[in-house]
Design a protein. Structure first.
Length: 255
């Protein structure tokens, strides 16, 4: 049981408008290495601290009744990092899933993955498949792990699959629309993100959810990911709640 579960969500405590909680929050978890360097620590300890930060944020998103939390855990470009660092990241992924699965399952969290699984190490694949299968029928927060994920690669594979359906005469070109494209993305079945948070002060999407982020509100925070805590999450949601979301239209006759 998570610590907050015996306690009702208190609007005054969180200072958030519970009627405007984003349904889907996506986070670019940036800055583990810089956090470690700033403290004279190995990068591996920065990544481990990032895992600890993720644990708290998953719990808080569940408490706030956010429906989907997508976290950018490993990009297609991250394979370019030194092999030792990649191995550490994959080991931490495996360790996280092994250590957290029972608690995630007990708290009704659904584990999903966006990305190419079969390029990951076999032990990571095994733990991911186990977590996805075990939590599939849960009813709580969807924890969507963006692993071996790239927005351009996602669009390329969607184009290939849609093209194959056209060639097999299962789909007409004029039938291709947004719903069709959405159904071939890694995030099929999930709502587009309402709020994208990027840590460490960088103002880039870095190939993350390129199609899905069309109307997402983007909030950049200066904290490195290991420093990102519950209060910073609340601050980002407050900024989101102050935004006027028009989706390309106008409200009340105003531009």
């Amino acid at each position: 049981m998570w610590p907050w579960q015996s306690k009702k969500i208190d609007e005054e405590e969180t200072e958030l408008n519970q009627d405007r909680i984003p349904a889907h929050v996506a986070i670019i978890m940036d800055g583990n290495g810089r956090w470690a360097k700033k403290r004279g620590l190995p990068r591996a300890l920065g990544h481990r601290a990032g895992v600890e930060a993720l644990r708290d944020i998953v719990q808080e998103c569940s408490r706030l009744e956010i429906k989907v939390l997508t976290v950018f855990a490993f990009s297609t470009e991250n394979w370019r990092r030194p092999k030792e660092e990649v191995n550490i990241l994959m080991a931490l992924l495996t360790e996280y899933l092994k250590g957290e699965l029972k608690e995630l399952h007990d708290n009704q969290v659904i584990v999903r993955m966006s990305g190419v699984m079969d390029e990951l190490p076999l032990d990571a694949q095994s733990e991911l498949k186990k977590a996805i299968a075990q939590t599939r029928d849960n009813q709580g927060l969807i924890l969507n792990l963006a692993l071996n994920y790239g927005g351009r690669a996602e669009l390329i594979q969607a184009i290939r699959q849609v093209s194959a359906e056209v060639l097999k005469n299962n789909l007409k070109i004029e039938e291709i629309n947004e719903d069709i494209v959405n159904s071939y993305l890694y995030t099929a079945g999930l709502p587009d993100p309402d709020l994208i948070i990027r840590t460490s002060g960088e103002h880039r999407l870095s190939n993350f959810l390129l199609w899905q982020s069309s109307y997402a509100e983007i909030v950049v925070v200066p904290e490195y990911w290991p420093e990102f805590g519950i209060e910073t999450l609340h601050q980002a949601i407050r900024v989101y709640q102050q935004r006027d979301r028009r989706f390309g239209g106008i409200k009340d006759g105003r531009e």
